[in-house]
Design a protein around this ligand. Structure first.
Ligand SMILES: [Zn+2]
Length: 222
């Protein structure tokens, strides 16, 4: 059996064939369609998949609203923190690993594709993951930067966290090998579990949107 790192290397070096580029065989390619599913199915790195930097209890407590804090401020501040974290985490794979060739669509494994809603409401568009994520991060920065102190915009925060969750899902399903090799998995897990407790505490992300991560969530909460 391939070691996980061997497998990760073979994944990175794999090129999409011309046949696939032409769309003859369609999407997804035959090589592991979800790195997360591969590892969860007793892959060689499964025992390291749940590594955390902080225990669950502390992460959950860190999301609770302090008595003196305003709820909307608390939610906006966390959205800013998660935006910064995602900029850092996605920055680890951006350009060299998450390209329009390796990730021609914004997916979380073979079962989920996330479409970009065009601003002019012309409809939803399928984009390479890197382009989709760039757009989400730039949009989030702009929206959060325009909020004045004390502004309440729960609807915006729901939309932000739903899209942030998609970025986490793409990282886990398609870039687990690179992140594991870099030693970044405990950081990713800690950020994701903190995010998960946060969106559950304030009911920001619908449970159906958490589906692509259901098995990982079970493992992290075990
Ligand atoms: Zn990607």
């Amino acid at each position: 059996m391939l070691s996980f790192l061997d497998w990760g290397s073979s994944f990175r070096s794999r090129k999409v064939s011309n046949k696939e580029k032409d769309g003859d065989t369609g999407w997804p390619p035959s090589f592991p369609q979800s790195q997360l599913a591969y590892v969860l199915a007793a892959g060689p790195a499964r025992e390291r998949l749940g590594a955390l930097l902080l225990d669950q209890e502390r992460l959950q407590l860190a999301t609770r609203l302090p008595e003196s804090e305003n709820l909307d401020d608390w939610i906006v501040l966390h959205c800013i923190d998660f935006l910064n974290l995602l900029n850092l985490l996605y920055g680890l794979v951006y350009e060299h690993a998450c390209t329009s060739e390796s990730c021609p669509r914004m997916t979380a494994g073979p079962a989920y594709e996330f479409l970009w809603q065009c601003a002019d409401r012309r409809g939803a568009e399928s984009l390479p993951a890197s382009r989709y994520i760039e757009l989400v991060l730039a949009w989030a920065e702009q929206e959060l930067g325009s909020l004045t102190n004390g502004a309440t915009n729960r609807k915006l925060c729901r939309k932000l966290t739903q899209r942030f969750h998609r970025i986490f899902a793409h990282l886990y399903h398609h870039h687990l090998a690179e992140l594991l090799e870099m030693g970044a998995l405990p950081h990713l897990n800690t950020s994701y579990l903190h995010f998960y407790f946060f969106v559950k505490e304030f009911q920001l992300v619908h449970s159906k949107d958490l589906e692509p991560m259901r098995d990982l969530i079970q493992l992290l909460l075990a």
